[in-house]
Design a protein around this ligand. Structure first.
Ligand code: GCW
Length: 695
């Protein structure tokens, strides 16, 4: 089988990470759960086939014995899989499958014809597949199987990956090689790797993939490209993964040769209807589109004086007869320099609440600006009452160290998901969502994500979209056990749980944001003030000068976008949590924090702490030598060294710059920056990866 690259019994052989968290390694005999056969009468049904193949692969490797797939139950310790309609043994058990959900699964230990069996079932085959992966995960991570019926269903219907992949295989903000979609060879050749991609997604419950970049290219809707998309859709279908595309608003002009893309123009409307029918003729379960319109140069309805709702509804109407959905992004900012960039999405979209068709979903980034290491949650969550909202998070680490820095994002997403909206009773952000979409970090690199630890972020996306209340630590523990083994899980989890805060500290403590270098966003650039739009410049965001620092979002009016309860908390510097202080307030450098330190002293302490956290993660990892295979151990070791070097770069460059503004000495006991500010300003990385706006 494709995934089994290293011998199952020699777990310390160098590994390359290709197997992700689906590493099925031999379990010591005493700890094995005996399984004799997999009973699956409808073994050829595509999704059941995916389920029994996976079980066979995993169980044979873990128990080091053959486990045949059969249609008749003949032995003790069999695993019975299927829906009640496809497996008569299961039908005979009359298990309670409620509450009905076509993606839910039920596990139950049972006795059938006098034989002990494990039952994995659901109302639909999809649930059975999810149950099979869950079963393997329990065994792999050494967790006991439940003693009685266990039911699990996803919290959200939409659990999506958004690939920012271009048709030329470059990946916007991609740090893991090229796109996994080899458009040129499709549809004639479908890389078998796509099957492993599907397995990985199904194993964590991801059920949709948007194949293309939101900075989109109309060509993906050309007839030959529809065939290519169809080949991918056919490959992903057995795993319960629907395919979506990005829709370029001006496609009627570029592809249809019309004179306009005005959403109220009947010819434009007809063009979309015809094009969408063409897609559905080839891909009957096509999911729909994501559209980025009137944002960062992308065309949209405002080019014709129409609103986002008018634009979205036009495409939604063409999708509706086929059951398709339209995810319309709220990441917009108009062409005039705003008082506050952070206020833009709410300003545009909140007034449109109630004007969207029922198959439109507004896709909102977790924070109001742009995937920064720390932002408060977007005020749109909970404010859109009549329009479903999808939370978009960035799995790829554009602002958290690309592929080389260790930053586990589960903690960051949990922070957003668990935030109370303070609008209605106990409502949390997670209660306001219909789904979660993650900007993919997957590429052609052998280890998929560019680094071993970045696989955890893909894993966390799926697990938290299945159950947003799971908790980042539990997810990290699952992943660590599956990926590195149960014996090293504890130190691995401890590294992961502190990693994101370390990045916040060495890049932008106390609520500072958007301080990175231009274009590629690699490394520090808090001094940048020369970009075309004011709100692209870091100086616009930090507002630092001789006297003070921070963005006064009370004066800007932005705070009013939040519920009164939050206005009360965030309205004054004294009541604002320190980790968002400079997000909401402009304060003098001498402003005193609860620690007794001034803002300046605290900033220096936190930048320094961020670096020391990386040093301590390195030390923690070093202790795992000999306990983790040599291949992955070496790469993580080297990457942590890079992270330490770059954390120090961020710290030193930032401190040098702030000192050039405030003229303050360093607090006692802290090392001065290694180089001059001029040195840091002169660093340039024209070829840093992921910087592409080309189609
Ligand atoms: O974070 C910014 C990125 C852009 C991206 C944009 C968006 C796809 O720097 O590369 O474009 O967000 O989310 O649309």
């Amino acid at each position: 089988m494709l995934m089994l690259t290293a011998s199952a019994s020699s777990s310390l052989l160098a590994e390359d990470g290709y197997e992700l968290w689906m590493r099925y390694r031999t379990v010591p005999v005493a700890k094995q759960v005996p399984v004799s056969q997999i009973v699956c009468p409808f073994a050829d049904a595509a999704t059941l086939k995916a389920a029994h193949s996976e079980l066979k692969l995993g169980l044979e490797a873990m128990n080091d014995r053959t486990v045949p797939v059969v249609s008749k139950l003949t032995k003790q310790d069999a695993v019975l899989i299927g829906t009640p309609l496809t497996n008569e043994y299961i039908a005979g058990l009359n298990l309670d499958l409620r509450p009905f959900d076509d993606e839910a699964f039920v596990y139950a230990p049972a006795t059938v014809n006098g034989k002990r069996v494990h039952v994995i079932t659901g109302t639909e085959q999809q649930g059975v597949l999810y149950g099979a992966f869950w079963f393997l995960r329990q065994l792999q991570s050494g967790k006991p199987l439940p003693k009685s019926r266990y039911y699990s269903a996803p919290r959200y219907k939409l659990r999506l990956l958004n690939h920012w992949d271009n048709l030329n295989r470059s990946v916007e903000r991609g740090y893991a090689g090229q796109s996994i979609w080899d458009w040129h060879k499709l549809p004639d050749y479908v890389d078998p790797r796509i099957i492993d991609y599907a397995r990985a997604n199904a194993s964590i419950g991801i059920n949709g993939a948007v194949l293309t970049n939101v900075n989109s290219n109309a060509m993906v809707l050309r007839a030959d490209y529809i065939q290519k998309t169809k080949a991918i859709a056919d490959t992903l279908r057995p795993y319960g993964i629907k395919v979506y595309l990005t829709g370029r608003f001006s496609a009627p002009i570029e592809l249809g040769k019309l004179k306009t893309a005005d959403p109220l123009d009947p010819e434009v409307q007809q063009w979309w209807k015809d094009k969408i029918s063409e897609v559905y003729r080839e891909i009957p379960d096509f999911g729909g589109f994501v559209v980025k319109a009137n944002s960062e140069g992308q065309p949209g309805p405002q080019n014709y004086g129409r609103s986002h709702a008018e634009g979205a509804n036009m495409i939604a109407d063409a999708l509706a007869p086929h059951g398709g959905i339209l995810m319309w992004r709220a990441f917009v900012y108009d062409d005039k320099t705003p008082v506050d960039r952070a206020a833009q999405a709410y300003k545009e979209f909140q007034p449109l609440d109630g004007q969207f068709r029922s198959n439109v979903i507004v896709q909102v980034k977790n924070g109001p600006i742009d995937f920064q290491p720390r932002e408060p949650f977007s005020p749109l969550f909970g404010a859109l009452q009549k329009t479903p909202a999808l939370m978009e998070v960035q799995v790829t680490k554009e602002y958290l160290g690309f592929a080389t820095h260790l930053a586990y994002l589960g903690t960051m997403w949990q922070e957003a998901l668990a935030s109370p909206t303070r609008r209605r009773g106990q409502e949390k952000v997670l209660d306001t969502l219909t789904g979660i979409a993650g900007v993919s970090n997957i590429g052609s690199d052998r280890n998929w994500c560019g680094s071993h630890f970045d696989q955890a972020n893909w894993y966390a996306l799926g697990r938290l979209a299945w159950d947003p209340t799971l908790g980042a630590e539990k997810v990290a523990d699952e992943w660590a056990r599956l990926t590195f083994g149960t014996t090293v899980a504890k130190p691995v989890v401890s590294m992961m749980m502190r990693s994101r805060e370390a990045v916040v500290d060495y890049t932008g403590p106390l609520g500072l944001t958007h301080l990175m270098a231009t274009g590629h966003h690699y490394g520090p650039g808090p001094w940048v003030d020369n970009l075309g739009r004011a709100d692209w410049n870091p100086v616009y965001f930090h507002r630092g000068d001789r006297d003070g620092i921070g963005f006064d979002r009370v004066a800007a009016g932005t705070l009013k976008q939040y519920a009164p309860g939050w206005q009360a908390v965030w309205g004054k510097p004294e009541t604002t949590p320190e980790n968002l202080l400079l997000w909401f307030h402009h304060v003098p450098w001498s402003y005193r924090l609860s620690s007794g330190k001034t803002v300046w002293e605290e900033m220096v302490a936190r930048y320094t702490h961020g670096v020391s956290e990386v040093i301590s993660m390195r030390a923690e990892w070093a202790k795992l030598g000999g306990k983790v295979d040599a291949g992955r151990f070496a790469q993580v070791t080297e990457f942590l060294k890079i992270q330490e070097k770059e954390a120090k770069w961020w710290r030193d460059a930032s401190i040098a710059y702030w000192q050039s503004l405030n003229g303050l000495p360093l607090p006692k006991g802290f090392e001065p920056p290694e180089h001059s500010l001029e040195y840091y300003k002169s660093i340039s990385h024209p070829y840093a990866p992921g910087n592409t706006h080309t189609g």
